[in-house]
Design a protein. Structure first.
Length: 340
């Protein structure tokens, strides 16, 4: 079945034709997606045309785009042969990453078995999480290879989501005994006023994004039991003072809203057998005017210390709605004009 109308090649824009055959027609149906949606995505992103002929796909386009499209199609088909599904996120990941490999600056012997062969996956109870950009892939590798990792970049780039997924994976794998998730209880530009209820009721609105991530990775009843047993803790940053966090996977989210003293306090909670992840967006500081962001100070002071990794994301790594990337780029461009 043809995807889009075929136009005859123009003299100044010759189209090449390549034929790719897929032995299992049932898998080919899954590869194409509902109403050939997957093929349409590939066509639009790579400026090619794809025509289906039986168990073959004909790819038309310039040589480089054609090569990329074939690599994406073959990679997705291999995924189906392995008994896994192909969803829109998988197509997006292949289009963004292709077959590229990303190093982390660590020794080969330090990498976990999960990264052998270039594949990066995070296994949780409910789903398998895979990075969708090269920056995300490097970030995930650093989460497992470093005792302290920073993820810095705009909203929608998966910083917190991937960190929580890594924490759940290490927890169910027995590498840590607890998961501790924290963020500063700072209002984002508006006063919420008095909140009724006990302490949990008061702080839960600030912590909701962390609950959302956990619900994606653990069954509801199991999550509730683990929280009740305090094997998973979700608490405001202020509650971390005086604690030593040993044998735990610890995440500090929205770290741009931590003060310098709060950041120092949190970083020095790191205990034996623990891993710590700090995530933040330097463009979304909600601290009072004149108060220095602890994330900025930590970045300046800790960059040269071994076993601490800094991972950066841009609007190109946004994996939410495509408009999110465009919105971020518009605001960044405006900020750049204001500083010139």
């Amino acid at each position: 079945m043809a995807i889009g109308a075929l136009t005859p090649p123009q003299d100044d824009m010759p189209q090449r034709e390549a034929l790719v055959e897929f032995p299992d027609n049932r898998l080919l149906i899954d590869l194409c997606g509902e109403y050939d949606r997957n093929l349409t995505d590939i066509e639009q992103k790579l400026s090619v045309q794809i025509v289906r002929r039986g168990n073959q796909l004909v790819v038309l386009g310039d040589e480089e785009s054609q090569k990329q499209a074939i690599e994406v199609l073959q990679s997705l088909y291999t995924r189906l042969e392995g008994g896994r599904e192909v969803e829109a996120a998988d197509v997006d990941r292949e289009l963004r990453m292709g077959n590229s490999e990303v190093g982390t600056g660590t020794r080969d012997g330090d990498q976990l078995e999960m990264f052998r062969g270039g594949t990066v996956e995070i296994k949780t109870r409910k789903k398998l999480v895979e990075p969708r950009t090269d920056a995300q892939k490097a970030y995930v590798q650093s989460l497992f290879n470093n005792e302290l990792a920073f993820g810095i970049g705009p909203a929608g780039t998966g910083k917190t989501y991937l960190a929580v997924a890594a924490g759940v994976s290490m927890f169910i794998g027995g590498h840590v005994d607890r998961i501790i998730l924290s963020r500063p209880a700072v209002e984002a530009g508006e006063k919420l006023g008095y909140l009724p209820g006990d302490m949990k009721d008061k702080v839960d609105p600030y912590m909701q994004p962390l609950y959302d991530a956990l619900n994606d990775f653990l069954p509801g009843k199991q999550l509730a039991k683990l929280i009740e047993e305090k094997r998973i803790e979700i608490a405001p940053l202020a509650f971390m003072r005086g604690r030593t966090l040993a044998n735990a996977f610890v995440v500090l989210d929205e770290a741009q809203n931590a003060t310098t003293m709060q950041m120092k306090m949190f970083l020095t909670r790191l205990g034996e057998g623990s891993r710590m992840v700090i995530t933040g967006d330097r463009s979304q500081v909600d601290l009072p005017r004149g108060v220095q962001s602890g994330l900025k100070d930590a970045e300046r002071l800790l960059k040269t210390i071994p076993n601490i990794s800094f991972n950066y994301f841009t609007s190109k790594d946004v994996v939410r709605h495509p408009l999110v990337a465009a919105i971020i780029e518009a605001y960044e461009a405006d900020a750049g004009r204001e500083t010139t």
